[in-house]
Design a protein around this ligand. Structure first.
Ligand code: GLU
Length: 484
């Protein structure tokens, strides 16, 4: 059995963002690829900003994406005692020390140095107290923190993505590992947990690179083996700037709400900064697992292109069998207030999926096919009405008459096509001028599956009823965008 143990360690201080989901996915893929263990650890030590609601959103988002964890969720807050014990072990071994400098004193020192044009650095010698004084203050109960005595030597690692990265220990200040209230600081808590959970590979965002030398120094001081680090590139918007709210939705849940399929989202996220080589884009899940490797993670930043995500989603919608889309379509219909009753949805899904990019669009299309009175006239539909003028209504009436003469038993795609062709010929109409108005009457638009198939899917009674009604109403003008 593989000994690989990886973890995703989100802080529940916000939604599950695409960057976090991508980090989770890479860890998960690596675990599945190697037969290792994927651990979920919720880093909830920031009491003020962590909430149960955020934790739930993260769990739901991972579950939706099919990123299942083998262990956890562990909650970092539950290990406060161990974090403290590890810090105190370092203290006892002289690898860390008590610092009684108050935030006010440090701040005054910082201002003084900066006023003189210097750069403030914490100076171990400047704040050191002799052992007797330390003892006296300790007994008096003076607040103090515990700082790690950062070694001076070079700290280097072979990053699985970036290759060798090194820092000079002497460039890094003695950092706090335990606050005056006895709680551990991020780097201490993470290393303590990663050691206890026997993490072998730390796969996380590039933004953590500067934490890594501190963490490696802690591993060494605690006498624990240092894991492999793989820092994945950051994600940019299409304008080349760091992905943020300005680029639109960055939370995974927003994409679920917008009708993106979990399989498409997962495929898209996998290619954000990783490539199997070549230019394949649609890669089914089992192949993703087989192809994934840390070597395939790219160094350069990844670009999040929502247009590409929709395109990819459209590819999945076209390719998936209707049966697999029924669940999401039913949910969307419920949201739209459409009750399909006992009618099978597969024919309408089959008819509309190739022309939909999202479940929202597909749900709309299915809803219109179940109940064509829901059709709204779009721009193309309105343009055709304007172009044909009086002929629009006339042609609809002629075709309706011909279709009404078709017995229920012959209401099939073939039967309907024959009826339309016959009537168009009899009245000297071009086939397009006969068909397009029917399409507009039934869907509000000029784009759909072939008209005879559309009529067959809608069904005889509903189609004839719709054709005898007035034109679909135009879509309501979009509400003015909210300020801000
Ligand atoms: N909790 C950290 C974060 O949300 C991740 C820690 C890690 O992966 O080492 O950024």
């Amino acid at each position: 059995m593989s000994t690989v143990r990886v973890r995703f360690a989100p802080s529940p201080t916000g939604f599950l963002h695409v960057g976090g989901a991508r980090t989770a996915l890479f860890n998960w893929l690596y675990a599945r690829k190697t037969g290792g263990t994927f651990i979920l650890r919720i880093e909830d030590t920031d009491k003020e900003r962590s909430t149960d609601a955020h934790t739930q959103v993260i769990l739901d988002g991972l579950t939706w994406l099919g990123i299942t964890w083998d262990e956890g969720p562990y909650f970092q807050g539950a290990y406060a005692e161990r974090h403290r014990a590890d810090a105190e072990r370092l203290l006892a071994q002289g690898k860390a020390y008590r610092c009684f400098a108050t935030p006010e004193e440090l701040d005054a020192e910082r201002r003084k140095i900066e006023a003189a044009g210097g750069t403030f650095r914490y100076d171990r010698a400047r704040w050191a107290l002799d052992p007797a004084e330390q003892q006296r203050r300790l007994e008096r109960g003076d607040p103090h923190v515990i700082r790690f005595a950062m070694p001076e030597h070079e700290i280097a690692w072979l990053d699985a993505v970036h290759g060798r990265i090194s820092f000079q220990g002497s460039d890094i200040d003695d950092f706090v590992i335990l606050r005056s209230d006895g709680s551990a600081i991020y780097n201490m808590a993470v290393v303590s947990d990663d050691i206890a959970m026997r993490i072998t590979h730390v796969i996380r965002g590039d933004d953590h690179v500067s934490n890594t030398p501190k963490q490696i120094a802690l591993y060494e001081a605690l006498g624990a083996p240092v894991p492999v680090f793989a820092h994945v590139p950051m994600i940019l918007g299409t304008d080349g700037k760091k992905l943020s709210k300005r680029h639109g939705a960055t939370a995974v849940g927003d994409y679920q709400d917008r009708g993106i399929l979990a399989v498409a989202m997962r495929n898209f996220l996998a290619l954000l900064g990783w490539s199997p080589g070549g230019d394949r884009e649609i890669i089914p899940e089992d192949e993703l697992v087989g192809l994934f490797s840390l070597e395939g993670i790219q160094r350069k930043p990844a670009v999040f292109d929502p247009v590409k995500l929709e395109w990819m989603n459209g590819q999945y919608l076209s390719a998936l069998p209707a049966a697999e889309l029924e669940g999401p379509v039913r949910r969307e219909l419920a949201r739209l207030g459409v009750d399909p009753g006992t009618r099978p949805l597969a024919p309408a899904i089959e008819a509309a999926k190739a022309r939909s990019r999202t479940i929202l669009q597909l749900g709309q299309q299915v809803a219109v096919r179940l109940d064509p009175s829901r059709a709204v006239l779009d721009e193309k539909g309105a343009a055709l009405v304007a172009k044909l003028g009086d002929a629009f209504a006339r042609n609809v009436a002629l075709m309706t008459e011909a279709l009404a003469a078709l017995p229920a038993g012959e209401w099939t795609a073939d039967g309907i096509l024959a009826a339309i062709k016959g009537a168009a010929e009899a009245h000297g109409l071009k086939l397009g001028d006969a068909m397009q108005p029917l399409r507009v009457m039934l869907t509000g638009s000029t784009v759909s599956e072939p008209v005879n198939e559309l009529l067959a899917v809608v069904g005889r009674e509903a189609a004839l009823a719709r054709l005898r009604q007035p034109l679909p109403a135009p879509a309501a003008a979009p509400a003015p965008a909210a300020a801000g």
